[in-house]
Design a protein around this ligand. Structure first.
Ligand code: BGC
Length: 761
């Protein structure tokens, strides 16, 4: 026995010695804590290797054609950048088949893992913002503005989760979503990427997305990180145009713009992408205050801060705060960025080396960023599982994913007007369908779909419905008459014939709105609905046949001039690949609309307010008033935040508080009963608002504090509750971001009911 034990011990010792002699460095040992691995690896790296980790380059630098769409890797190009310049990250692409991504990523990863001295895997970033949008055959969810309209965080979670399921296997480690900016500037060309104008809604939706994307265990052994973008204030430019200057007081930054980013950080988001524009005179990429003091020290973000596209260069050529790229690099890195999306040259590497050589950039500062980047790579398991796999491609576009996207699209449609209950349309024999979006796929999904500005029409799946084909399928017994050209207004005979055609139909559906766009490509000068569409609607409105306008658009184009001729209005937004089916279902009534506007729909081009405006925002001359001043009246939106009709009716009653007074540390439980008083099943988002009646910093007239979506059968009632915890729901920040909790009176509003309570000292 003794001999046997001795024998075993000897064998084990030999094994340990062998392992040691093979010299597996500690950073390659997954059993060690991540921090130990990071430090071990960092200690082995040269300065140039560290700088390379801080660089992200575009796909066009390593593919055959230099085009975004091309994922054919040129190994020599990749080798040069990875072996000689130590590049640690790449990004981008366009929609191509999974096999092509698989080949490309396999080769790219292999070069970084097997051919470099230390074998540090590259991390790949991609704009899969509403599903795996750069992958052929993937599931495309509605865009952010539609997810906001669902008021159902499950849809946001599903968007993240399905994106991970369909693309993690391809080596898409780093998804550049969610967009946590606010949709409060309606002409801004990225309005539709947001969850709407409300900070709380954006916080809940954003956090759900992060959870769905980052915590999806079905993608094991892989992990994916989300990106909180674009930090911060990007969405409120004075001119309404992309990347143009923003002036917001710091108090408003803390109160309105910070919460969605804070919620994502609290949900464990690992990376942040920076706003390309300036805020209060300082480009955010150059702002130590925003990147270090606020984001890191105050908000507690410990992950990787990535620049947006070429934004160090923009400090020189766009913002003009630096004389040259090297100065801009110094400014930006010292402000707090960790990685430069350079993205198509080696200027960042060269500048960093120059700064180190001149003694202006310390290795300690570089180490801080590289630590974060390596930690991200270890956390994502890239060292253990660097290679993509191709044995689960049946997940891509799986029926249950498509069903989730359809359900999100359905809940995202907002019925805004339905005079005379013209919808739903029962047993029609003829529907006239017109408008630029009537028989078109690309308009339904907007930008960041197949390609940056949305793919060309022929790149959309053959089996994807347009509104026209979806209506044909939904109404198999009806004639759907597609009008591709309106008669010329001065051709009386043609107009008369057209009127006869319209008069004979049961309904006219006009699918209007916008073509896809994003970023500065989508800058416009006038928010009014395009003139040709207004003319079309004017002509169609002359008929007595009910006219329904379906708005497929990325921002609320002003429809006031044609409003009175419309019997029904559906805000379809950008509902994604399943959107047409959802729209047809809403028209037929096979689905009951439940979306609510996540923004205020403007009535005028010259004046609009967000729903959570200040009381003094409404101040105008009114000869009827004794002092000629009208103040504090409802805002002038055509439709309000939270508006949205159903085919059934919901009645709110019995708004009750368990106590009318609360102190810090206590809770008021509010409850309200919602009854479906109509004759069909429906869903209702119950939105709870508060108003702080007096505040040392002026308070919004209304603030969304809680929401919940419920489903009710006809005649069914449900009592829902809202726990008002003062330290969570009743505070507001000062200019430094300190929480102020001021005693006094509050109003509570839900479904048209209102009551009051008091926060005691
Ligand atoms: C956009 C980002 C995007 C990045 C990478 C930038 O122009 O502002 O939202 O993630 O490009 O494509």
């Amino acid at each position: 026995m003794k001999i046997f034990v001795l024998f075993l011990v000897t064998i084990m010792m030999t094994m340990v010695q062998n392992a040691a002699s093979q010299d597996v460095p500690p950073y390659k040992n997954p059993a060690l804590p991540v921090e130990d691995r990071v430090e071990d690896l960092l200690a082995r790296m040269t300065i140039d290797e560290k700088i390379g980790q801080m660089t992200q380059l575009n796909i066009t630098m390593i593919n055959t054609t230099g085009q975004q769409r091309d994922v054919e890797l040129v190994p020599e190009k990749a080798r040069d950048l990875i072996l000689n310049h130590h590049i640690g990250s790449f990004l981008n692409g366009e929609s191509v088949p999974a096999e092509e991504w698989y080949d490309y990523m396999s080769q790219l990863m292999r070069i970084s893992v097997e051919e470099t001295r230390l074998g540090i895997p590259v991390i790949y970033g991609i704009d899969h913002i509403h599903g795996a949008s750069y992958l052929e055959g993937a599931t495309y969810f509605p865009q952010g503005i539609n997810l906001g309209a669902t008021f159902n965080p499950e849809h946001s979670r599903q968007t993240g989760s399905v994106t991970a399921m369909e693309s993690a296997d391809l080596g898409h480690h780093w998804v550049f979503a969610p967009v946590l900016d606010l949709g409060e500037e309606q002409i801004w060309p990225r309005f539709w990427e947001t969850y709407g104008e409300d900070p709380y809604l954006a916080s809940v939706m954003g956090a759900a997305y992060v959870d769905g994307l980052q915590n999806n265990e079905e993608i094991a052994p892989y992990k994916v990180t989300a990106t909180a973008k674009h930090y911060m204030g990007y969405s409120s430019p004075g001119s309404g145009w992309d990347r143009t200057p923003v002036q917001i007081g710091m108090q408003a930054i803390h109160e309105f713009h910070r919460p969605s980013f804070q919620a994502a950080i609290d949900a464990g988001i690992k990376t942040v992408m920076v706003n390309s524009g300036e805020v209060n005179g300082v480009p955010v990429h150059a702002s130590y205050h925003f990147l270090t003091e606020l984001l890191r020290e105050q908000m507690g973000f410990e992950g990787v801060i990535l620049t947006d596209w070429a934004d160090i260069d923009k400090l020189v050529n766009f913002h003009r705060v630096s004389e040259n790229f090297t100065e801009a690099t110094l400014l930006s890195v010292m402000a707090g960025i960790d990685m430069s999306m350079t993205p198509d040259n080696l200027q960042f590497n060269d500048s960093m080396k120059e700064l180190v050589a001149d003694g202006r950039m310390t290795e300690e500062r570089i180490d801080e960023s590289v630590r974060r980047i390596l930690r991200l790579k270890f956390d994502l398991g890239l060292f253990e599982h660097p290679y993509p796999r191709n044995d689960r491609f049946d997940r891509i576009g799986a029926p249950e994913h498509t069903a989730a996207a359809l359900s999100a699209a359905e809940e995202s449609l907002v019925l805004l007007k339905n005079d005379g209950d013209v919808l739903p349309l029962a047993n029609p024999s003829t529907i006239i369908l017109a408008g630029p979006t009537a028989n078109n796929k690309r308009n339904l999904s907007g930008g960041w779909t197949i390609a940056w500005q949305g793919g060309e029409e022929e790149r959309y799946p053959e089996d994807m419905h347009t509104i026209y084909t979806a209506l044909q399928e939904e109404f198999p017994d009806a004639a759907i008459e597609l009008v591709t050209e309106m008669p010329a207004a001065d051709d009386d005979a043609a107009v008369q014939a057209f009127m006869n055609q319209l008069d004979a139909a049961d309904m006219i559906v006009y699918a209007g709105g916008e073509e896809p766009y994003t970023e500065f490509v989508g800058n416009i000068k006038d928010l009014t609905l395009a003139e040709d569409q207004r003319n079309d609607l004017e002509l169609l409105g002359r008929s007595d046949t009910p006219l329904a306008l379906v708005l497929v658009q990325g921002r609320p184009r002003i429809i006031t001039p044609v409003y009175s001729s419309l019997d029904a209005i559906v805000h379809a937004g950008l509902p994604g690949f399943e959107g047409a089916e959802a729209i047809a279902g809403l028209i037929s009534g096979s689905i009951n609309p439940s979306g609510k506007l996540p923004f205020s729909y403007p009535q005028h081009t010259g004046h609009y307010l967000n729903y959570n405006h200040k009381s003094s925002d409404v101040y105008f001359f009114n000869p009827q008033e004794a002092n000629h001043i009208a103040q504090g009246s409802p805002n002038t939106s055509l439709f309000q935040f939270g508006d949205g009709l159903s085919y059934t009716q919901f009645e709110y009653s019995d708004l009750v508080l368990d106590q009318a007074e609360v102190t810090d540390g206590g809770t008021i439980t509010a409850s309200v009963t919602v009854t479906n008083t109509g004759d069909r099943e429906g869903m209702e988002s119950v939105l709870w608002f508060t108003r702080d009646m007096v505040g040392s910093i002026t308070r919004p007239v209304k603030e969304l504090k809680h929401f919940e979506k419920i489903q009710l059968e006809p005649g069914e009632s449900r009592t829902v509750t809202f726990a008002i915890v003062p330290e969570e729901k009743l505070w507001f920040p000062d200019e430094q971001g300190n929480k102020l909790l001021e005693p006094g009176a509050f109003s509570l509003m839900v479904g048209g009911l209102q009551t009051e309570f008091t926060l005691q000292d």
